[in-house]
Design a protein. Structure first.
Lengths: 236, 236
DNA sequence: CGCTGTGAATGTATTCACAGCG
DNA sequence: CGCTGTGAATACATTCACAGCG
């Protein structure tokens, strides 16, 4: 939640690679996390529209499918450039690529999976990641029974070799699915090894230097939020 | 994200169960999702403080541990009552119970796990839920190879028997971990069976009647958000 | 005093409404 | 015309700052 401090974005050097500097593709100000999340949703929606053979989509239609409203769609997109055509709408395939570029998923991120337990195994076999630009290139665990086994062509390495494995596999992102008690330790080692971003599933607040991005997923918090809204409703 | 429409809360019938109507425990206005998420974090923090033998905590200390600021802590809590003592702070154990009550986790929610695949199995064995008031009481899947097996004492039942299983197990909440293609179908059946809340891991926008709460967890969106902030940083 | 509880002030996000282009 | 792009208006969330109680 309180991932806002990381949201600096600093009006990144924007002179345009060429002379014209026409479409920006990088926002001039700070972009909120809300906007970024919606961009993800637009991207997935556009993939479906593309699959259905649609060429063009209006903000109204995209909003409907993505679960928001037309003004929000136009505003979100306008932070990054003028992608639409007045009178008709947005070109589906083009907009999708532009959003992928904005999100930074126009290239593959190499991912190290840290923790080969139940959840790690589930995430590993969740092939949707790969389709979206995240490729698991190495797996680390401390359990000697797991180390040395091979998952779909990828060796599970000992966490002791963290530094070596991260560097040789070229991983930039870590998906952290260790027990809470060892999570901070693992983070320290991953940071030393040069990891640039961490998706954390352990239910602890992690400390990391500001050049390393951390994002948390906490399923218990989601369930508790659901509980609150259910309780809420029952009392009306 | 756009789970806001469900956030009505309607100044719930607040006359006080008894005459005095002293501490509210239910807010008079709408409570934002942000506040609810922070309450979860406070709750987890308080559990740790309690475990460490702390009796009382100030908003400053709680804020530090929970990753926010003192004014936010006081404001969040003040929506629901006056739980603190001026000059000293908040009583740890008492505040924890009150927050649990606010979140609706002062009693056990019975959960049906829908989908016995990899992720389902990971969530099943994630014992943290149980500690936080969510007990898996039944498991459904369509795969004949899984149906009829027993997980730690709980039978995996055929999804065909959804209605019967949900009712006989008394499940009120569903954790949905089916493939995206069948998720909406499953939701329809679950709603018919009387489910009141759904935690959805399938990457699709689900339709459900307004008396059924739906909350989404989409790991791809989290990774894409991480990608955005990493890209962002590299360009500075 | 110290720390809570809370109106008032500020900062952000969303929505409106319309000018302007294809 | 229809739909985008965007300043201006509104709604919402956070932070300030201080009165008031233990």
């Amino acid at each position: 939640m309180k991932n806002r401090p990381s949201q600096k974005s600093k009006a990144a050097a924007r002179k345009g690679r060429d002379g014209r500097s026409s479409t920006k593709e990088v926002a001039d100000g700070k972009i909120s996390d809300y906007t970024v999340r919606r961009l993800s949703v637009y991207c997935h929606t556009l993939e479906e529209l593309e699959h259905d053979g649609m060429d063009v989509v209006s903000s109204a239609r995209l909003a409907k499918l993505a679960g928001t409203n037309p003004a929000q769609v136009r505003k979100d997109l306008s932070y990054f450039g003028n992608f639409g055509k007045r009178g008709s709408g947005y070109p589906v395939t083009d907009l999708k690529s532009r959003i992928r570029k904005i999100l930074g998923i126009d290239h593959v991120w190499r991912v190290v999976l840290v923790g080969a337990g139940n959840l790690g195994s589930a995430l590993f076999s969740y092939k949707d990641f790969e389709r979206h630009g995240f490729q698991i290139v190495s797996i680390l665990d401390t359990d000697p029974k797991k180390v040395g086994t091979k998952w779909d062509g990828i060796w599970v390495s000992s966490f002791d070799k963290c530094n070596k494995v991260v560097k040789s596999s070229g991983a930039e992102v870590a998906v952290l699915v260790t027990p809470a008690a060892v999570a901070q330790d693992a983070v320290n080692r991953l940071v030393d090894a040069g990891i640039k971003g961490i998706l954390n599933f352990a239910p602890v607040k992690l400390e990391a230097p500001s050049h390393v991005q951390v994002r948390n997923v906490n399923i218990t918090i989601e369930l508790e939020g659901l509980s609150f809204s259910m309780k809420d409703l029952q009392e009306e």
